[in-house]
Ligand binder design. Structure first.
Ligand code: RI2
Length: 313
């Protein structure tokens, strides 16, 4: 239990972050937790697994990769605890392997849209987006990247570090400079925390203003997103919840206390309408955002009936 709570806390505090990463870590934790459960009573085992699943899902409300990963593992079967444990191990290992392959495949597919000499703007820190940039560079394309700081958590610093290690020339800019530099940009590549049935993309706060600036300047926007980032529940018309994080990420508590009339708003994500997105690059192909529904139905295998009966995510 302690280790499970520890992992949940690390996801909540963003010590472990990134939509794909938290999905893989949740799958790993559920697998390891299941193996540690001591009981031989299947009912008790199932109850404990359900509790663990809910705890992991509750850590971050926006990245749909998290409930999708948990759901993929909670489909386990078995007539005994031993069988259930074996099945969970298989499902979790399969999910993690597929997820790692998906990020690599997105790099291969997305890099074909990058031309030699392109300057590419990116936002926040997305493993899937960086996979495209790194693959293009590895193919011998001489690219440059403009990366935003991504206030308030500075994920842009992770991006410049990772790009620096690959050898790609990168400029770091403040978030409010995206429109100023858009004239120098050939292509925008960003990640996603969730994609809805109508093709809207939920990603780090600032994504939608960057996409708007790109749209105004007629520059293409590619979103790199594995299929498990598509939201089955959006088929029911549900909106994806936007996580509101602590004010202390924006201003220290002590400083805020000096004001009588000031409050802080700190949404972690925003919604980019599909009109501002040219392509969503998934591991099963580069699709127009209008095709998001097909991914949910054909590749995630969800129908409205399944979603209603599961009651998760
Ligand atoms: P990958 C991150 O969320 C960013 O919004 C990033 O674009 C998205 O997850 C996808 O990341 P946060 O955890 O899965 O920093 O592509 O809030 O790495």
């Amino acid at each position: 239990m302690k280790q499970l709570e520890n992992t949940a806390q690390k996801i909540k505090s963003m010590e472990i972050r990134g939509a794909g990463k938290i999905a893989r870590v949740a799958a790993t934790e559920l697998r390891d937790f299941s193996q540690r459960v001591g009981t031989v009573q299947l009912e008790e085992f199932n109850r404990k697994m359900k509790h663990a699943a809910q705890l992991l899902i509750s850590t971050r409300p926006t990245a749909v990769s998290l409930p999708n990963a948990v759901r993929a593992i909670m489909r386990y079967e078995g007539d005994s605890v031993a069988e259930a444990k074996a099945n969970i191990r298989k499902l979790a290992d399969g999910f993690i392997r597929n997820s790692e392959n998906a990020v690599r495949k997105i790099g291969e597919i997305g890099s074909r849209r990058v031309r030699d000499g392109d300057t590419i703007m990116t936002h926040c820190n997305s493993a899937a987006a960086i996979s495209i940039l790194a693959a293009a560079y590895k193919d011998g394309k001489n690219i440059k990247v403009i990366a935003t700081e991504s206030r308030p958590r500075w994920q842009g610093h992770l991006t410049i570090k990772q790009l620096d290690e690959t050898g790609i020339k990168t400029s770091l800019i403040v978030d409010s400079a995206v429109r100023y530099f858009m004239k120098d940009v050939d292509l925008v590549v960003m990640g996603a925390d969730a994609v809805t049935a109508n093709g809207s993309v939920i990603n780090k706060i600032g994504t939608s203003q960057l996409a708007l600036a790109a749209h105004e300047a007629r520059k293409n926007v590619i979103i790199a997103a594995e299929t498990y980032k598509f939201s089955p529940r959006s088929l029911l018309g549900e909106l994806v919840e936007i996580e509101e994080r602590s004010s202390s990420e924006v201003i220290p508590d002590e400083k805020l206390k000096e004001f009588k009339n000031v409050s802080v708003k700190n949404p972690a994500f925003d919604v980019t309408p599909r009109e501002y997105i040219d392509l969503i690059c998934t591991e099963v192909g580069a699709i127009p955002p209008e095709m998001a529904y097909i991914i949910i139905k054909d590749y995630l295998g969800w129908s409205i009936g399944d979603i209603n009966s599961e009651g998760m995510g």
